[in-house]
Design a protein around this ligand. Structure first.
Ligand code: ZN
Ligand code: ZN
Length: 344
């Protein structure tokens, strides 16, 4: 039995559950653990039966509830290595000292020591230079300062080392990025997770190593492609021969242009590494999509720059241009409530 449920979709949080035989996968954990569990219960999914969590990319709306959920359930989290590193960095911001800063600090300390020495000399005309004790003190201060800087650098290096070897991160209490188990996958390299085959594919988006997924189980093929600035050839290729297609329909171009976002954010959304507009998705559905999916879910709709009806009308128009596409059931994923489960 294959069952798919969108629990949340949009810039305030994303999460879906796929059940494939005995395997139950949470895709993204962008809402709080409590809300995630509440929504799962609403659609008769037991959170305790989840087998693993799969992460598309490290943006907050995809990982907000990740650490708490993974710890509470004690289940593995699957990332690409770059996404995992970016996530760890996000959670463990450190005071960093660059080499240039370190050199500047050393020069400042040296100048200060020299100034103090001159001062000591002027204050005590009988002494030649620093007294031994003073010289020692000043040297010790410099040494101590150097030690501090070196310690800081060593700590940073240790943190980076730890981040690069996530399975060895030691302390659960002190480390906000601690997870029970971390598994890596690579975009473009299919892998198996229990009863499901998973093909992650690269998407153009402004994150470290963002991916979409094609899932295959019991002869059913489902794909998730949200958070992408445009649809490149590798994504078009991944979205063929599907039974279910969840695709982004983020914004209406006019609403975005006239809407409340600052110019820089509008530029980001519209860019090649931003989000798909209703028109871009419509164009794909009309001209590139093979029309085979029983279900097409429009997802990641912006609440500020889109209306479900606008997204729906654009997609319906695109699909209705092909007689063979009329059998596609068009659904809209919601930010605030889970969709009813789709069963195959
Ligand atoms: Zn994103
Ligand atoms: Zn997103």
């Amino acid at each position: 039995m294959v069952r798919f449920t969108v629990l949340a979709s949009g810039s305030k949080g994303n999460a879906s559950v796929l059940t494939a035989g005995r395997t139950r996968i949470l895709i993204d954990a962008g809402i709080s653990c409590r809300e995630l569990f509440r929504r799962m219960m609403l659609v008769d999914e037991d959170p305790a039966t989840l087998s693993a969590i799969l992460i598309t990319h490290e943006h907050a709306d995809h990982i907000n509830g990740l650490a708490v959920t993974a710890r509470k359930l004690g289940i593995p989290v699957f990332f690409t290595e770059a996404t995992h590193r970016a996530w760890v960095r996000q959670l463990t911001p450190r005071k960093r000292m660059t080499y240039a800063d370190w050199l500047a600090e050393q020069r400042r300390l040296k100048a200060e020591a020299e100034f103090n020495a001159t001062l000591a000399e002027t204050n005590n005309e009988t002494s030649i230079g620093l007294s031994d004790a003073e010289a020692l003190e000043s040297e010790e201060a410099l040494d101590a300062a150097q030690e501090l800087v070196e310690e800081e650098l060593a700590e940073t290096a240790a943190a980076e080392e730890a981040a690069s070897q996530p399975n060895r991160i030691p302390s659960r209490a002190e480390n906000p990025a601690w997870l029970p188990t971390v598994e890596y996958f690579t975009a473009g390299v299919p892998f198996t997770l229990g009863d499901a085959s998973i093909s992650p594919f690269t998407i153009p988006h402004d994150a470290a190593d963002p991916v979409g997924f094609v899932f295959e189980a019991e002869g059913v093929r489902l794909a998730i492609a949200t958070d992408l600035g445009y649809i490149p050839p590798n994504v078009k290729a991944a979205l063929r021969n599907l039974d279910l297609l969840q695709i982004e329909s983020n914004h209406d171009l006019e609403m975005l242009r006239d809407g409340p976002y600052p110019w820089s954010v509008k530029q980001r959304v519209l860019s090649r590494v931003g989000h798909l507009s209703n028109d871009a998705t419509g164009e794909f559905l009309e001209n590139e999509y093979d029309g085979g999916a029983t279900y097409v879910i429009l997802a990641h709709l912006s609440e500020s720059n889109n209306l479900p009806d606008l997204a729906r009308v654009t997609a319906e128009r695109a699909l209705s241009n092909h007689a063979s596409l009329l059998s596609n059931r068009l659904l809209i994923a919601s930010q605030h409530e889970p969709m009813s489960s789709i069963r195959f």
